[in-house]
Design a protein around this ligand. Sequence first.
Ligand SMILES: Cc1ncc(COP(=O)(O)O)c(C=O)c1O
Length: 382
Amino acid sequence: MTDFSTRAIHSGQAFDPNTGSVIPPIYQTSTFVQKRIGELRGGYEYARSANPTRDSLQQLVADLEGAKHGFSFSSGLAAEDTLLRSILVPGDHVIMGNDVYGGTHRLVNRVFVPWGIELDTVEMTDLDAVRASIRPNTRVLWVETPSNPLMKISDITALVEIGHAAGVIVVVDNTFASPYLQNPLAFGADVVTHSTTKYLGGHSDVLGGAVVLNNDELAEKLGFLQFAIGPVSGPMDAWLTVRGIKTLAVRMDRHTANAQAIADALVGHPAIERVYYPGLAGHPGHDLAARQMRGFGGMLSVALAGGPTVARAFAESTELFQLAESLGGVESLIGYPSEMTHASVRGTALAVPENLVRLSVGIEGVDDLVADVLAGLDRATA
Ligand SMILES: Cc1ncc(COP(=O)(O)O)c(C=O)c1O
C-alpha cells in the first residue's frame, strides 16, 4: 500500500476475523477478561493501557505521517501536554512561534512555566531570530506551520537544522496541513502533533489529539505517560476519528480548491485590506509552501479594511459560514480570532490583529461559499 488514499482506508483497519465485519468493531470496553492471572487472551488488559480501537487509530495516524510510533489522546491539548511532560524537566527552555494556537501558548505559559519551564516566543519565519533565541537549556522548538491564524509558513528543514545543531527536539503541529498535505518527519522533524478534532476527524463531531514520532526512547516515555496519566481517546472517539480519516484525501482536495477560490475572490475587494492564504502568489510563504506542502489547505484569514468593528460585523454576517470556534470540518466556519481562538493572548505581545477574521473553508459548493462571503462583506460594510 503506497498511495495515501489507500492507506487512509486500509491501514490498521483489517476486517473482523470473527464475524467478517468489514468495519472493525468499536471495542467499547474498559477491561478484558484474562485466562489466568497475568495471562491475557488477546494482549489487552485494561483500556487505559491499550484498547484495540485506539490501537487502530494510532497505527493509522502513524502510517499516514510515515512514523514508527503513534499515540492518540482525548484532545489536541492533552496530546501536547503529555508530549511536553515526556520531554521537559524544570529548568528546561521551550521556544515557540509567536502566533501558535492560543491554547498551545496558554498550556506552556500557564501550566508549564509555573512548574519551572522557561518559555520564549519567536518569529519562526525569521531563522536568525530562532538561532539567537536558542539557549544552553533549550529542549524544544515548537513549530506550527501553517500557523494559526496568520497562515505563516515556516521552513521545517531549516528549523530542524538549527534545532538539531543545538540538540533541540523539533516538534511540528501539523493540524492545519494534515498528513495529506505535509509530512514534517520527512523533513527531519522529531515529533508531529495533531489536533485530530480538526481535519483528521473532519466532521466537527469528535475531540482528539495525536502524537507521532520515530524515536524509540521518547516513544517509550510517552507511552508510559499516556498510561500513567490516562488522557487517552475513548473507543467511540477513536472510531469516529478513523471513520473521518478514510475520506481525508478527497476532503482536503476540496477544502483546498474552495479556499483558493475564496482567496482569489477576496484579493482586491475594497473591504479587504489583506488576504492571508499561502496559495496566493503574493503570500510571503508561497514558494516555501509549494515546496514543503502538497497543497495549500483549507484555512485562510482576512484583515478588514474597516478595522475591528467591520471585522466583528463580518464574522456575524455570513450564513453558510457559521460563527464558531474550531476548524477542519466539512462545514464552513468563521471566527474572530482575537476574541475567540486567541482570546488567551489578547493584550499581550502575541495578540492577533483585531481586524482579522479567520475562515475554515468547508467542502460545500464553491459558488455558494463565495456568494456567502461576498454577501457577508456587503452586510458588514453597509
Ligand atoms: C493548531 C492547533 N493545535 C492544537 C489545537 C488544540 O486541539 P484541541 O482543541 O483538540 O485540544 C488546536 C485547536 O484549535 C489548533 O488549532
